[in-house]
Design a protein around this ligand. Sequence first.
Ligand code: PMP
Length: 438
Amino acid sequence: PHDIAPLSAAASEALFARAKAVTPGGVNSPVRAFNAVGGTPRFIREAKGAWLTDVDGNEYVDLICSWGPMLLGHAHPEVQAAVLEAVTRGTSYGTPTTPEVELAEAIVERAPVEKVRFVSSGTEATMSAIRLARGFTGRDVILKFAGNYHGHVDSLLASAGSGLVTHAIPGTPGVPESSTELTVVLPYNDRAAVTAAFETYQGRVACLITEASPGNMGVVPPEPGFNQFLSETCKDNGALFISDEVMTGFRASKQGQWGIDGKHEGWTPDLVTFGKVMGGGFPAAAFGGRADVMGSLSPDGPVYQAGTLSGNPVATTAGLTTLRLATDEVYDHIGKAAETVKEAIVESFTKVGLPHVIQSTGTMFSVFFTDRPVRNFDEAKTTDEAAYKAFFHAMLDQGVYLPPSAYEAWFLSSAHDERALSRITEALPYAAEAAAKV
Ligand code: PMP
């Protein structure tokens, strides 16, 4: 495993050439591209547990986990069986079904929401939540934080994280000014900026949307009490507080980021958006919240929102089975696995004098290649991209698939066992050495 000669990628390269001929950049989501780190994205043929196998037959420990969803690892036998069984009964009816009721009940039981509506992506969830907030309050201005990513919603693509920071896209070509002129972007973890914005736009703010704990500029947790402050400030100003838990929901903890702060601090978001884990690897997402706010949604109320595949029976079966299997033991395991990886990073990076800051919320974490704590988007950008690039490839060539970006969370699963963790901890010293040489 310590031979860091490049792995053969001939089959991936051939597929990538075909992909580029028919798909922009050869990928169906920019975060999958290797533009920021160089080289060819690996085309994955199959995955099992913590492991990915590419079309050249190389095996990698997966630290992307489909960018969050695969909490239980790939091809979990019980999820797989439930999905296979569901498929035998047809795949979409366009009518209400049992699994969507059961998944809604499971979400309402865990998360601070009274009602939920299913959609097919996190983007749709935040888009619909914003519309609902505007419809419910009769106001138009929305507040968001720089470096927070809420999907590719026109009005939310101002100073966003995720692929926009990876590919250094500051603005958003194709989004008319009229779509973002009602979006006010604030520095994260900055209470004074929030207070000032509410003063400037007095009586006009429909909602403030925030990642419950930002993970799309790397993991930048809210400072203690920050979400509580946001919740209270929104309340004082008659605006809705939207907590985007698409990434953190059922991932950072069993009850998402809210289980880490809100539950103990005693506040409840007005609306919450979900995705990733709750779809069990299928396209399913949701938004939910206060019963009175959700009551404004069609057909109960006037705010329109709909979807042909919303609450799809196969997707909701996968999500429901995943949530049922996501016990306290699963989160304990992922938390311990994260500790093992983090300790190995500290040890190997320190040994070669490579600056690093590890930031976590619950079971989620990321590594900044910098020497100072990161509290907002500007500070996230101090990360040494060139060092990350060398580190990424040294890990990849030793069979560890990291996000091809210095600004993403690293995801583990309950399937990351000792064998998978050893692959990571054994690869780290060599990758740290390669990065320190940059
Ligand atoms: N919100 C957050 C916090 C996210 O992390 C993401 C996706 N990474 C989204 C929204 C958008 O979700 P999707 O990619 O399913 O549209």
